[in-house]
Design a protein around this ligand. Sequence first.
Ligand SMILES: [Zn+2]
Length: 88
Amino acid sequence: MSHDHPAARVDGNAIAGQVLDILGIDVTGLRGTCDGCGSEACLAEAVVELDDSAAIVRCRSCTRTLFTVLHTDASPRLIFGSLGSLSA
Ligand SMILES: [Zn+2]
């Protein structure tokens, strides 16, 4: 592992706990649609860029930001991006 890259690239499973803290649900088993390209995929399979201040969740197909979890405030904040819908 190189230390040159500040953000680690992981998958949606890595942010399950962060989202659970905010929404109270585990979203990794849900399917999300991307407003950018229309693709539907399990959130566990999304590309996540993780660092100390934020987790950026990207569409695996078009790399648009589906949503971001910010840790710069007193409590974690979920910022919606290209996530068009969620389904079970
Ligand atoms: Zn997309």
